[in-house]
Design a protein around this ligand. Structure first.
Ligand code: ASN
Length: 335
């Protein structure tokens, strides 16, 4: 029997047309479907419009609306395809990986580098591939389908701003590749036994501090006062420059429960603060959590999600942060 697949359109280049001030999302969900009539050959497609925005404007409130739309339609459809801008797609894929867990019904996020109404575009192939993946018996969970690759929702990163080949899977194999409607799986599907769980609360009161050589520690106190968690994007495997470390020690005494997470600016292989003196001591004394092999997008989304529910103690948060969800972490931190 043919599967019922719901397209949830949110905007992005895939839906964009020229406006007075540049490309802007204008094409509506049903019209997007009309560009890919072939999907009706293998599934029953349907479409709804959630918003029509450039993904630059994507916010946690939109993720909440996506979760609600999927939850409200969960019994009616067998799979979901979200059409989304590419710029923040990796964040949305990570966010939905935490907000919708153990879904037997696949949730596929896709988009394009060129609008669907252009003669030469990647939009139709990406959409066709996404419907094909969403309608396949062995698909589940949250993933991006783009440029013929299927990437776990927590592992995607936009690595090219213009080419069709815009996304990569960081430190984790592609789940599958898709070519001419054929799916080649690299990671076998182990069907979820538990029921799907939906979470709608995200705490976006977090701050990402990118370190640069010679960074001035001015303003750190303000960040500690204002934000519930601070993610520090440092160099290499992770460390804090001496000029900043003293301030951190002082602030940790005043705010011992503040969540501080070390991530790295290096694209591959992740963090390990214990290797160098510049990271080891401060990690222990200020009780830093660290990203290890999680992507920055996953760390940000996971932090928002874990702080989104009820107030938890720091040690409970630590356990949740290192819990493996949708392939986000391979390293074993031995908490
Ligand atoms: N290719 C794209 O979709 C880029 C667009 N600015 C967006 O993220 O909405």
């Amino acid at each position: 029997m043919k599967k019922n697949i719901l397209l949830i359109a949110t905007g992005g280049t895939i839906a964009s047309q020229k406006s007075e001030h540049g490309l802007a999302p204008l094409i509506q969900a049903k019209e997007i479907l009309s560009y890919i009539p072939d999907v009706s050959g293998f599934c029953n497609p349907d479409a709804i419009q959630l918003c029509n925005i450039d993904s630059t404007n994507m916010e946690p409130c939109h993720w909440k609306n996506m979760v609600k739309a999927i939850r409200d339609n969960y019994d009616k459809y067998d799979g979901f395809v979200l059409a989304h801008g590419t710029d923040t797609m990796a964040y949305t894929a990570a966010a939905l990986s935490y907000m919708i867990q153990k879904s037997r019904k696949p949730i596929v996020i896709t988009g394009a580098q060129k609008s669907i109404d252009l003669e030469i575009t990647d939009a139709k192939t990406n959409l066709l591939d996404s419907f094909c993946y969403a309608a396949d018996e062995n698909s589940q969970g949250v993933q991006i389908v783009f440029g013929g690759k299927v990437i776990a929702g927590t592992r995607a990163k936009k690595i090219r701003s213009k080419s069709y080949n815009a996304f990569d899977s960081i430190d984790f194999p592609f789940l599958a590749m898709i070519q001419d409607g054929r799916i080649m799986r690299y990671i076998p599907t182990v069907p979820f036994e538990e029921e799907v769980t939906f979470y709608e609360e995200m705490n976006d009161n977090i701050f990402l501090l990118k370190l640069i050589p010679g960074i001035s520690p001015k303003g750190l106190r303000f960040l500690f006062e204002q934000y519930d968690a601070i993610i520090v994007e440092s160099f290499g495997v992770g460390g804090i420059p001496a000029s900043v470390a003293d301030i951190f020690y002082g602030l940790h005494e005043t705010y011992p429960d503040k969540i501080i997470i070390m991530a790295t600016q290096v694209a591959h292989e992740g963090s390990d603060m214990t290797v160098y003196e510049v990271g080891n001591k401060i990690k222990k004394e200020c009780k830093f959590l660290e990203s290890y092999d999680m992507t920055l997008e996953a760390v940000i989304a996971k932090t928002m999600w874990m702080l989104g529910g009820k107030m938890l103690k720091k040690w409970e948060l630590e356990q949740i942060f290192y819990k493996k969800i949708n392939y986000d972490l391979i390293f074993d931190p031995h908490v």
